[in-house]
Design a protein around this ligand. Structure first.
Ligand code: ADP
Ligand code: ADP
Length: 226
């Protein structure tokens, strides 16, 4: 079975008689280990799609499932990274990354091990005791990634994660995201407005159009990694 399955999913934000149809009858399957990129003009429903899969929103029609079970709310199996990371500013880099496992009741030794592992993967091990407000935008985004990875989620959902970064940092981050995906074997869904980014990272790219949001084109790019 696919990791994610959307069956006839629609999302209407309207109140009463007035309809604001953000998604119209979407069918989508996401397989394990895919790197799915979503392209489309502003307002076509990309974020809505991501929020439904994350569990932040319930579709008004249809059904979204994760591992065959209806998605009822957010959980740690599906980690989310937004364009502007919301880190805990009063915590160190290390404590931000270890926050999820700590809440879950993981033992301190194990938390230290997981934290070091993912800080090493994102290249910030030497900065682990720094305060997050001392970090650049790119470094913060890397901490946000490590924080999600530390929960060892099956799936990572990213909503324009590199949109706020300068061109060079963005290139480095693209390489990092690809390496992390290879290493950790997660399933990734990433929204981007950058066609080159979608084509260079994705194993599949879907293009959405408005209005209302539908999937108009799918490109299978699996060959990129052969
Ligand atoms: P995208 O991510 O592609 O820019 P969104 O999913 O954010 O698109 O939005 C799709 C449509 O739904 C837009 O018309 C937007 O104005 C509308 N919309 C999004 N969120 C809400 C909301 N919470 N309430 C009402 N309308 C919303
Ligand atoms: P299930 O697979 O039946 O959902 P889990 O043992 O995976 O059961 O999860 C039980 C609870 O622990 C859920 O509320 C889930 O959100 C939470 N949880 C699961 N994994 C993590 C994690 N890595 N960090 C924090 N909470 C988690």
């Amino acid at each position: 079975t696919p990791l994610i399955e959307l069956n006839h999913v629609s999302m209407d934000y309207g109140q009463g008689a007035e309809s604001v149809l953000a998604l119209d009858d979407i069918d989508l399957e996401i397989q394990k280990n895919e790197f799915l990129c979503i392209l489309g003009p502003s307002g076509c429903g990309k974020s809505t799609l991501l929020k439904i899969i994350a569990g932040y929103q319930q579709p008004t029609e249809g059904e979204a499932t994760f591992q065959g079970k209806v998605i009822k709310g957010p959980d740690w199996h599906r980690g989310v990274v937004f364009q502007s990371p919301t880190l805990y500013p009063w915590l160190s880099v290390k404590d931000n990354v270890g926050f999820g496992p700590k809440v879950r009741g993981v033992k301190k030794d194990k938390i230290d091990q997981i934290t070091d592992q993912f800080l090493d993967q994102i290249g910030l091990l030497k900065d682990k005791d720094k305060a997050v407000f001392d970090l650049s935008g790119g470094m913060r985004q890397r901490v946000a990634l490590a924080r999600v990875l530390a929960n060892e989620p099956e799936m990572i959902l990213m909503d324009e994660p590199l949109g706020a970064l300068d061109a060079l940092t963005r290139l480095n981050m693209q390489k990092l995201i690809r390496d992390l995906w290879h290493k950790n074997k997660n399933t990734v869904m990433m929204i981007t407005h950058d066609v080159d980014e979608a084509l260079s990272l994705g194993t599949r790219v879907i293009v959405m159009s408005k209005q209302p949001g539908t999937i108009i084109k799918t490109y299978d790019l699996d060959y990129t990694y052969q």
